[in-house]
Write a protein that binds this ligand. Structure first.
Ligand code: 2P0
Length: 349
């Protein structure tokens, strides 16, 4: 935290998270309450991340926001929800009798500057890191504590999981007000230091159907989505948490691939169908299965979000060989890929 004349500002960073049990579908669109719980791994702090500075001053006339250097509309409902909820916590702290100077005036306006160190268009969970970072930075600037993941959730569902490092579960919750729809750390990043994430960028193009619109159509039309929420995720979540606790990569990897496949099956079951995977994505899926079959062991697992890019989970000892295999079948000069990285898991700070 720094003070330049009468401006107070704070800068924080938050990493991207990659789900191994996917969130797809809301039961409440305004509060962003999901139809099922999900689980993800947060990347390391110095990898793919958002950096946000929030400044506060009595001289600012209105709240403003810049994303990657360009001013954006501050009146977006999700942004307004986050600002409103943080200011509600400030008011609560005030009404609880706290008059310390780090609780800044409620009448002060904020200026927000947020940047990603990765291409937003690549569909790599930019909203998750962005909203997690915004909410955390605001909370530091305004000196408030509380259930911040429930606030980040109202910016973007998956953002609540980037509030913690390591292995993070987003509990769907039962309440209509969403107070119990929060993220919780299952294990810290130090629990499984050999785990690695590779991102295979198949295309940096913007996705044709955004997650918010896509999952809404899925909720309205897919019976597979209902089946998954009612009969699959709960058991799979227990198995996944056990696999993580036991550092059982084989089970972790199989569950991750099955869950990615079921999510994309829901996309096909949506009417009209949504296609996020392309031919290169499907070739990567086949390659991973062939590779694992060769060793008669699940050494590598893929997962795909709302786009064609593959995220690969594996262990440190298999990274260099698998990267060689990938570059053999997808030579860098022909695949149009922009980067190929081995990223350790990490935490938010
Ligand atoms: C996930 N995805 O669990 C899943 C897998 C995409 C596929 O969370 O409407 O951007 O802002 O709550 O969080 C993307 O959904 O959607 C997402 P909103 P969000 O990571």
């Amino acid at each position: 935290e720094k003070t330049a004349r009468d401006i107070t500002f704070v800068t924080c960073t938050a990493p991207v998270n990659i789900a191994v049990i996917k969130y797809w579908g809301k039961r409440d669109n305004d509060l962003i309450l999901p139809v099922n719980s999900s689980l993800s791994v947060t990347l390391h702090q110095d990898q793919l991340k958002s950096t946000t500075t929030v400044a506060c001053s009595a001289h600012f006339k209105e709240d403003r926001i810049w994303l990657n250097g360009k001013e954006e509309n501050i009146n977006q409902p999700r942004l307004q929800s986050c600002l409103k909820e943080i200011r509600r916590l400030v008011r609560k702290r005030r009404s609880d009798g706290d008059t310390s100077t780090d609780v800044l005036s409620l009448s002060h306006k904020v200026h927000i500057c947020s940047e990603n160190n990765f291409p937003t268009a690549a569909g790599l969970a930019s909203s998750a890191a962005g909203y997690a970072c915004l909410v955390y930075t605001l909370s530091r600037l305004l000196g408030v504590e509380g259930e911040l993941s429930a606030i980040a959730r109202q910016g973007s569902g998956s953002a609540c999981r980037s509030m913690y490092g390591g292995f993070v579960q987003w509990h769907m919750g039962m309440q209509a007000d969403g107070k119990d729809s929060v993220a919780e750390q299952v294990e810290p990043e130090s629990h499984w230091p050999e785990l690695r994430i590779l991102i295979l960028v198949v295309s940096a193009e913007r996705k044709p159907v955004g997650s918010t619109a896509g999952m809404q159509t899925s909720v309205e039309t897919s019976s597979l989505l209902k089946h998954r929420a009612q009969a699959v995720v709960s058991t799979r979540m227990d198995e996944m948490i056990l696999a993580i606790r036991q550092r059982d990569f084989s089970t972790f990897g199989e569950l991750t691939m099955r869950d990615s496949n079921q999510f994309h099956a829901i996309c096909l079951d949506t009417y009209p169908p949504i296609f996020y995977l392309n031919d290169v994505s499907r070739r990567i899926i086949s390659l991973v299965h062939r590779y694992n079959h060769h060793y008669r062991e699940t050494r590598v697992a893929y997962t795909f979000d709302a786009g064609p890019n593959a995220v690969i989970y594996t262990l440190q000892q298999h990274v260099s060989e698998f990267v060689q295999v990938v570059t053999h079948f997808f030579p860098p000069e022909t695949n149009g890929g922009e980067f190929l990285k081995g990223l350790p898991v990490g935490s938010v700070s």
